[in-house]
Design a protein around this ligand. Structure first.
Ligand code: AMP
Ligand code: FE
Ligand code: FE
Ligand code: ZN
Length: 290
């Protein structure tokens, strides 16, 4: 990858657009980042790279850094584990096939969740489709928005706290590969893998060192420790693991527009770490102004 100017400020390395479950189109999201004075963002929609072209055009127009990326859904036993992949080759055959399979699994799972909810609440699959952009990666947030539109709950977050919570019995898992496969897929596609929000599960509940070792051996680059939903105690444990395994530490907001309380740019990744990601990636080009 040709070397260019180092990004000047911190970068928010985890954001969502309407290509998955964010509420803004990619160009709007990039425009907001520029307006709020950020040096740049990574666009990391769930299991999709469909927003990249629009985000790139907007980043060039606004003169900010853009790292095209994605947030790959994986699963370890019953726990959903997300792996961020920066600067992957969007045409890599294995990654294209696997993300298509995950998106399809998410769609059939969402239909099953809607069927289950429809036994108790007025809700149809068309209600959900109305909340999603054509071709978007479907998730529980779109079902939440449909529940809001129907007046069953006041906000997306209320839907997650109630009807869509695991203990309510309507939610179910979707197909996803395991995290080791995810890390390998991202590296094989020339990308740089970072374990997303690894401290959110429970206070004192972080990945086992043995499992982390396997992910590191497979090419894991870093841990997203500075994330609004990681528990403080877990952050301390994760920093020790990062030191021990020589992993980079990233920071990001996981912004979803108005769909979640996370504020754009509330955590950032240092220019030095961004620089290392740019140096390791071979899959696609970032937008670097100047
Ligand atoms: P899914 O991937 O379909 O299981 O849905 C999980 C997605 O919902 C993640 O991207 C979260 O960011 C989002 N999410 C989880 N909890 C909430 C919440 N309380 N409010 C809004 N969005 C949420
Ligand atoms: Fe999301
Ligand atoms: Fe995530
Ligand atoms: Zn995310």
């Amino acid at each position: 990858m040709p070397r260019r100017d180092r990004p000047a400020g911190g970068i928010d390395l985890h954001t969502h657009s309407s290509v998955s479950d964010g509420t803004q189109e990619p160009a709007e999201l990039v425009a907001e980042a520029a307006l709020s004075g950020l040096a740049g963002i990574a666009l990391t929609d769930h299991d999709s790279t469909a927003g990249w072209d629009a985000a790139r055009d907007a980043a060039r127009a606004h003169g900010i850094v853009l790292l095209p990326g994605l947030e790959l859904s994986t699963r370890e036993q019953f726990a959903s584990v997300h792996v961020l992949g920066y600067l992957v080759d969007p045409d890599d055959a294995a990654l294209v096939a696997e993300t298509a399979r995950i998106r399809e699994g998410r769609r059939t799972r969402a239909e099953a969740i809607v069927d289950a909810i429809a036994h108790d609440y007025a809700l149809t699959w068309d209600d959900v489709l109305e909340q999603a952009t054509e071709g978007a990666t479907i998730g529980r947030p779109h079902i939440a928005d449909a529940l809001v539109a129907r007046g069953h709950v006041p906000t997306r977050s209320d839907a997650f706290a109630g009807i869509l919570h695991w203990r309510s019995g309507y939610a179910r898992p979707h197909y996803a590969p395991d995290p080791l496969t995810g890390v390998r897929l991202i590296r094989a596609a020339g990308g740089v893998p970072v374990l997303a929000h690894p401290g959110t599960r429970g206070d004192g509940d972080v990945i086992a060192p043995k499992r982390l070792r396997q992910l590191v051996d497979a090419g894991l680059f870093g841990l997203e420790i500075d994330h609004p939903e990681n528990h403080e105690r877990n952050k301390r444990a994760l920093r020790e693991l990062a030191d021990r395994f020589g992993l980079a530490v990233t920071g990001s907001s996981d912004y979803h527009g108005t769909g979640k309380a996370n504020r754009l740019g509330e955590y950032l990744t240092s220019p030095e770490v961004v620089e290392r990601i740019l140096a390791e990636a071979t899959g696609t080009e970032p937008v670097l102004p100047g």
